[in-house]
Structure formats: structure tokens, C-alpha cells
Design a protein around this ligand. Structure first.
Ligand SMILES: Cc1ncc(COP(=O)(O)O)c(C=O)c1O
Length: 393
């Protein structure tokens, strides 16, 4: 049977990571990989996480099976993180999933059970796994323009025009905050206009919030989710703890399903649990138990919030530093859009040919679109980085 398969090309980012690793130049810089890194280039385990893990080692008494929903304490805590004061609503059902990817896949399967042949509108560009992941689940995908690479700003008018072509009941995938790959988010005014359109066209929002706390703060980053929750009867929210808790490999996430009323929410929960049962049965426990502990313990929570703020500040500082250096070495070019983006990513705003030269001539690794992870910038490499960018302009 396996002889019928043909090789799949390597993921662009994984390929880039491999090339960066094999590059022997000392001054090489990795702007590709999608994880937080500190000023020394490490992706550390948060101190709050280490303490919660120690607490688990000391107190956990069993590794027996859990239910398909995962840890109820975790689900409640994440629901509160996402919805704030509205979290107690009986319209919401939250289920623990293996990361944000697992949340998206569960959401995709559930959507197709409820609405076979469902259509979902996704931004161009979007996270490079949205299309394969949701498309493989069987959802029909259509694109709406989101980012204009000429002006390095949102294509907001075009986005709204495209969404006029959506049919009632179509799903609309939005990024809650820190849009991946562009880092360019909707403003409050734009969220309000999107909410109006969603109500008028009777669309169903699926909001992927994989970076809550990496933008402005936990509550501000959830603005769009909370707005749409209050505007329409049905919303799907997918959440990830990979970035904000640094639990990438522990696979911690959640899907929150919002129904028109509590009775439908009960049915939705039973169907979502059945989706989980048929896909992976039970989510992994460890990372979710860590998150539960951190969010429940006042001291650990305060420590985590401080660590989250520190990560956020580092990303902001590196953006400002790069823009300031670029202003010095390439005064005729405007890179100010970089400071208008948030989260880990933004587009540098150079062409694929210029990207190729940065890789070949300077050992600076980034994907063709010129998406960079600002965590790859450090005080030590920013001068070299800025001069290299200037050299290819
Ligand atoms: C927009 C977006 N959604 C979801 C995910 C999935 O995250 P996870 O690693 O938790 O599966 C990512 C990861 O990079 C992402 O950028």
C-alpha cells in the first residue's frame, strides 16, 4: 500500500530551520522559527511553569485516564481568560485540546457534523497551517484580502468588500490578536465594523486566538472575541497555551463553542466530546494541569503575568530597536509599519529576491513572504541585521 504514496515537500519553515542549523557563519540570524526567544536566543521554560510542574510532581497521585473533555478546572480557567466577566454564560462550552491545532481540528470536525459542506472565509495571508488543517478536515475555504504588501497596511476595504460575497451561515476565520503572519491586527473601529457585517450577513465567526497576552494584555487581546460573543448567537473560539505559557511541546489548547442557548450548548458539548473520542480519545494532561495550577494559585498567577509582560515587552523593544537602526542605515526607506504590528510576527516588507539574498549573502534566515519573528532580533545582532537589510534594498 505505501508504494502508492509520493513524497510531500518539507514545510517551508522546517526547511529553513534545517538550513540555518547547517549554516556555519557565526553571524547568522534566525528570523524564521515561530517560538518566543529571549535575548540569549533561548526558548526558556517559564519559572511559573517550573514551579507548577514541581507542585504536580509532589502532589499528583495518579496518571489514570481522564474524560474526553480533559481537565474541567483548566477548561473553566481558560474560559475565564478568554471571555472575562462573560465566562459564566451557559451558552459556552469549553473543551481542552492538544494545542491550538487540536482545537482547530476539533472545531473543523464539529462544524462539518453540524453543517456538511460548510464554507469558511480565511484571510490572505493566514497562518500557514490554517488552510491544510481546515481544508483536510473537509471545509470549503474561500479567501478574503487582509494585508497589502505594497503599503504594509491592512486591506480593510477590500476585506469588507470580499465578505459581502459570503452567504448566510458561512464561517469567518478571524485572528483574535497578533495576526500570524503579518502582526497587523484590526483596530477597535474595524472590529466593530466586522461585527456589524457578521450580524448583517449572518456569518459565524471562528476566532483563533493563539497569542492572547502577546499583543497588549490579556483582556485587550480578547476584545474581538468578546465583542463577537456579545453580538451573534454562534461563535467558535480556538485557543492555544503554546505561546503565552511557553508550553509548545506539551500540547495545551482549548476550543470554546458558543451556542444560542444552554440547551443547544449541551448538545454541542456532547457532539464535541464524541468528535474527540473518535479522533484522539483524551487530550494530554500535563500541560493543562500546569496551566490550571498557575491560574488557580495567586502567587503563581502573578508570576506568570509578570513573565508574560516581560515576553511582550521584549518583542515590543526589539521592534523599536530594529526600526530605529533601519532609520539610521536606510533613511530613504519607511519601515515604520513594523512598530504598528504586534505579537511575534510581522512582514519586513522586502521582496522574495531580497529575502534570498539575505539568506545567501548574509546568513539571515526568513521565509519568502519576508515574515520575521521579532524574537530573533537581539541587541547584539540588530546592527548587523539592519545593515544587511539595507544592503539588499
Ligand atoms: C494563528 C495560529 N493558530 C494556531 C496555532 C497552533 O498552535 P499550537 O502549537 O498550540 O497547535 C498557531 C501556531 O503557530 C498559530 O500561529
Amino acid at each position: 500500500m505505501f508504494e502508492t504514496l509520493t513524497p510531500k515537500p518539507a514545510d517551508a519553515i522546517l526547511k529553513l530551520i534545517g538550513e540555518h542549523q547547517n549554516d556555519t557563519r557565526e553571524e547568522k540570524v534566525d528570523l524564521g522559527v515561530g517560538v518566543f526567544r529571549d535575548r540569549d536566543g533561548n526558548t526558556p521554560i517559564l519559572k511559573s511553569v517550573k514551579k507548577a510542574e514541581q507542585w504536580l510532581v509532589d502532589t499528583q497521585t495518579s496518571k489514570s485516564y481522564m474524560g474526553s473533555r480533559g481537565d474541567a478546572v483548566f477548561c473553566d480557567a481558560i474560559q475565564k481568560l478568554i471571555f472575562g466577566d462573560a465566562a459564566s454564560s451557559d451558552r459556552i462550552t469549553t473543551i481542552q485540546t492538544p494545542g491550538g491545532s487540536g482545537a482547530l481540528r476539533v472545531a473543523g470536525e464539529l462544524i462539518l457534523r453540524a453543517k456538511p459542506g460548510a464554507t469558511m472565509w480565511v484571510s490572505t495571508p493566514t497562518w500557514n497551517n490554517h488552510v491544510p488543517l481546515l481544508g483536510q478536515a473537509g471545509i470549503r475555504l474561500r479567501e478574503y484580502p487582509y494585508y497589502d504588501t505594497d503599503s504594509n497596511s491592512l486591506h480593510f476595504g477590500e476585506m469588507m468588500d470580499a465578505l459581502e460575497h459570503a452567504d448566510a451561515g458561512d464561517l469567518l476565520l478571524l485572528h483574535g490578536c497578533c495576526h500570524n503572519p503579518t502582526g497587523m491586527d484590526l483596530s477597535v473601529e474595524q472590529w466593530l465594523l466586522v461585527a456589524d457585517l457578521v450580524v448583517r450577513k449572518e456569518l459565524i465567526p471562528l476566532i483563533d486566538i493563539a497569542y492572547q497576552g502577546f499583543g497588549k494584555d490579556l483582556d485587550t487581546d480578547a476584545y474581538g472575541v468578546r465583542l463577537l460573543f456579545g453580538s451573534v448567537p454562534e461563535v467558535v473560539v480556538t485557543h492555544s497555551c503554546s505561546k503565552n505559557f511557553g508550553l509548545y511541546r506539551d500540547r495545551v489548547g482549548a476550543v470554546a463553542l458558543i451556542s444560542p442557548n444552554a440547551d443547544i450548548a449541551e448538545v454541542v458539548r456532547s457532539q464535541a466530546l464524541s468528535v474527540v473520542r473518535t479522533m484522539y480519545s483524551i487530550p494530554p494532561d500535563h500541560g493543562a494541569a500546569v496551566v490550571s495550577r498557575i491560574l488557580a494559585d495567586a502567587d503563581l498567577r502573578a508570576e506568570w503575568l509578570a513573565e508574560l509582560a516581560e515576553m511582550r515587552q521584549r518583542m515590543k523593544d526589539m521592534r523599536s530597536l530594529l526600526v530605529a537602526k533601519l532609520k539610521e542605515v536606510a533613511p530613504d526607506h519607511d519601515f515604520s509599519h513594523i512598530e504598528r504590528t504586534s505579537g511575534m510576527f510581522c512582514y519586513l516588507g522586502v521582496s522574495p529576491e531580497q529575502v534570498a539574498r539575505l539568506i545567501k549573502d548574509r546568513g539571515i534566515y526568513l521565509v519568502d513572504s519576508s515574515r520575521i519573528n521579532v524574537c530573533g532580533i537581539t541587541e547584539a545582532n540588530v546592527q548587523y541585521l539592519a545593515e544587511s537589510i539595507a544592503s539588499v534594498l
